[in-house]
Design a binder for this molecule. Structure first.
Ligand code: MN
Length: 744
């Protein structure tokens, strides 16, 4: 046992040598690092090794090998991405706190703050793996992300740890294999992808695939294996041809050929519902050259030699992927009809594709590569910000999973402009993203040269051509198809404007007609007179008055009577039979008020409505509208105390009704007077949970007005009056509840 007090001075010399097998593994690691970085002082690494080996002692892994084989291998994986010394020390120490009795404090004393911080981050993740199901995952990823923002090395060590655990997963019981493999596929592989670490991601996916779909992966492996001979022959031939042609053109390059990864082949087969023989890019060729210019030159060489497959040319150099991956991609029909994919990139792009964020790692010291790192982890910072706003771990996990999968599609105009839209966006969204006039006039769309329906969900890389017809107007149906708020707003705007224009036209005609019938000469009344009447109805323009007439809110006769007092006007002589014709039926669709409440004025749909603050009416309650000056129509509950005094002007009273209210909820404040004893609050929240009513605010205190009682002041969300009544009566029945009041 090392003396606790001398831990500060602890060095490798104080520990007995590790078992020979472990020593040998460490020496291998050491010599590998020495090969890569001959200058580096490896004493700190050995110190970490001695410390870890001593504390892990005779622990073994499930396979029976010494436990230290794991941390040493994790460190070795990290040397491949040139991890710095504190990171490598952490790799060796990462399970010490978790699996031996060593306290973090001791790590800090011996190895300093930096190493302690990273070890702590990794430990927290592993510790949380002991909990179960979603809660555990969410919690652990939350911690992981939090740790990430202080030190990226935590995630890099964790990814290496996971990679080695996946490589040795066969030693665990099947149910653990399944869980860990799924977690790897859903969380860790996407994280590696987002960080641009293509190699780690690929291996994690293939390993997870093997454990999650053992049969499919075995079948596929067999199938690929059976064709390997043929495939490799083609590959060699193609590779040689490419090398020759590039040489002829004077393009310096190295050419790598490979068979694609199993999991990516499998996904493609599943996604496109095709067999292995239909996979274009079972074969992949990679051309690595010296400059961007030569990337394009090489692409030309390839296309000259073989026929490119339309729609498969991708320029990630001009438009890098969000994880900063850059390359040219194309697929061509090679010899014997074998299609293959070609990726063309520079050395720098290649390094980034393989190592991602780690590619910048080695240059971090001395160089200012932080800008790129910043971009890469921007999304993680974003996640951390979100998670701070969320309480339930379940929510967080679903957000995390969601965000790890791209939520956007990237499409092109025929001229190659990139349009980024949300997932499942349609050609209509695309059209509005270009220009609202293009959106309005859109009558069809071609995607990759083929006509598609307007509700087609756009996919990454689609080239979209919008077919237009001048004078065409958007239809209401589009509102249910589009995915972007921009398109939705523009469409709504046009539809509302068109409806209003129609209403104005109809209103003006009705007024004219009725004026003729009543023998009122319009010229005499004059424009200013009409303006006065309009103002009386709360409209600032005559046009608005016409619109109101067109929507059937008033009869033309009402207006004319105001224009020409009955005594002197010809109105009194008008025969009763010539009454106002029934107003044009309104154009349906209830209006959404600014607060999103669905209310409507009877027979009209363009009126600005809002629920009065004083009585806060709920759907289902009897309501009445009152036309305010310039603020639209206030909707009150009919038993609102303000209504009687407010409604002195009968002209401004207007009938309103509830329209459909899909999923809308309304906040209601209540005071619940209860006995001051435990369990009462529980009952109340139980009632609300049963009703699926959210509690927006809840404060409990003692009721000063009534001694010995408590009062609970809560604001809850309800759908309508009926639901509120159910909640109130259930609460009244609850034992210990004295009274329930709604606060107005
Ligand atoms: Mn580990």
């Amino acid at each position: 046992m090392p003396k606790q007090s001398s831990a500060v001075q602890a060095t490798q010399t104080e520990y007995p040598p590790a078992p020979p097998a472990v020593e040998a593994l460490y020496r291998e690691l050491e010599s590998e690092i020495r090969r890569q970085r001959p200058e580096e002082d490896l004493d700190p690494l050995e110190k970490a090794f001695r410390f870890a080996a001593y504390h892990h002692g005779s622990q073994t892994r499930r396979s029976g090998e010494p436990y230290m084989a794991h941390p040493i291998e994790v460190a070795r994986i990290l040397t491949e991405i040139n991890m710095d010394m504190p990171g490598l020390q952490t790799a060796l120490l990462h399970d010490v706190v978790e699996d031996t009795g060593v306290k973090l404090e001791e790590i800090r004393k011996v190895f300093g703050d930096q190493v302690a911080l990273i070890v702590d981050g990794v430990t927290k993740l592993s510790k949380l793996e002991a909990y179960n199901a979603e809660e555990r995952q969410a919690e652990s990823y939350r911690k992981m992300l939090l740790a990430m923002t202080t030190d990226l090395r935590v995630i890099l060590v964790k990814l290496a740890d996971r990679l080695h655990n996946m490589r040795t997963l066969q030693n665990l019981p099947p149910e653990k294999q399944e869980r860990i493999a799924r977690e790897t596929l859903e969380i860790y592989a996407p994280i590696a992808h987002r960080l641009g670490m293509g190699k780690v991601r690929g291996e994690l996916e293939d390993l997870a695939f093997r454990f999650l779909e053992p049969e499919a992966s075995a079948d596929l492996m067999r199938e690929v294996e059976s064709r390997r001979h043929e495939i490799e022959a083609v590959l060699t031939q193609v590779q040689r041809t490419v090398e020759e042609k590039l040489k002829q053109e004077g393009i310096p390059a190295r050419v790598e050929g490979r068979v694609k990864r199993l999991y990516s082949i499998y996904q493609k087969m599943k996604r496109q519902k095709i067999g292995l023989d239909q996979i274009y890019d079972l074969l992949a060729l990679r051309i690595i050259t010296d400059s961007v210019l030569n990337c394009y030159a090489a692409l030309g060489v390839i296309h000259k030699e073989w026929t490119p497959i339309p729609g498969r040319i991708k320029d990630f150099i001009a438009i890098p992927r969000p994880n900063l991956y850059r390359s040219l991609h194309t697929s061509v029909i090679g010899p014997g009809g074998h299609a293959f994919e070609v990726q063309i990139r520079t050395e720098e792009m290649h390094r980034i594709a393989e190592e991602g964020i780690a590619a910048h790692w080695k240059y971090k010291e001395g160089h200012k590569g932080a800008g790129v790192d910043e971009q890469r982890i921007a999304w993680l910072r974003q996640l951390v910000e979100w998670q701070q706003e969320m309480r339930a771990p379940g929510d967080f996990l679903s957000t995390l999973k969601l965000d790890l999968y791209p939520e956007e599609v990237c499409c092109f105009t025929p001229r190659g402009k990139v349009i980024v839209l949300p997932k499942d966006a349609t050609p209509i969204d695309f059209a509005y993203a270009i220009h609202s006039d293009v959106g309005h006039a859109c009558v069809g769309a071609k995607v990759n040269g083929r006509i598609v329906p307007l509700r087609y969900a756009l996919r990454n890389g689609d080239v979209v051509e919008i077919l237009t017809q001048s004078g065409h107007m958007p239809s209401k149906d589009w509102l249910s198809i589009v995915k972007t708020s921009r398109a939705r707003n523009k469409i709504k705007h046009v539809i509302n404007a068109a409806e209003r224009a129609r209403a104005i036209e109809i209103g003006a005609k009705l007024l004219e007609k009725e004026a003729r019938r009543m023998g009122v000469s319009f010229g005499r009344a004059g424009k200013t007179e009409l303006e006065r009447v309009a103002a009386e109805y709360g409209y600032s323009k005559i046009e608005d008055l016409h619109a109101a007439l067109g929507y059937g809110r008033f009869s033309p006769r009402q207006i004319l009577q105001k224009l020409v007092p009955p005594a002197e006007g010809a109105a009194s002589h008008a025969p009763e039979a010539a009454r106002t014709p029934p107003a044009t039926p309104p154009a349906a669709a209830p209006a959404e008020s600014p607060e999103g409440v669905v209310l409507k004025v009877k027979g009209a749909d363009d009126v600005l409505l809002y629920r009065a603050k004083c009585c806060n009416p709920l759907p289902g309650e009897a309501i009445v509208g009152y036309i305010t000056r310039g603020k639209g129509v206030a909707v009150h509950s009919t038993n609102c105390t303000n209504v009687q005094s407010l409604m002195y002007d009968a002209e401004r009273r207007i009938e309103v009704e509830w329209a459909r209210s899909p999923g809308e909820t309304f906040a209601v404040r209540m005071l619940v007077h209860t006995d001051d004893r435990p369990g009462v609050l529980n009952q109340l929240t139980g009632i609300l949970a049963e009703e699926q009513s959210n509690i927006k605010n809840l404060e409990a205190g003692s009721d000063h007005a009534r001694g010995g009682l408590a009062v609970i002041d809560m604001t809850v969300e309800v759908k309508d009056k009926k639901q509120l009544e159910r909640i109130v009566s259930a609460m009244r029945r609850a034992s210990g509840v004295r009274d329930v009041q709604r606060v107005l």
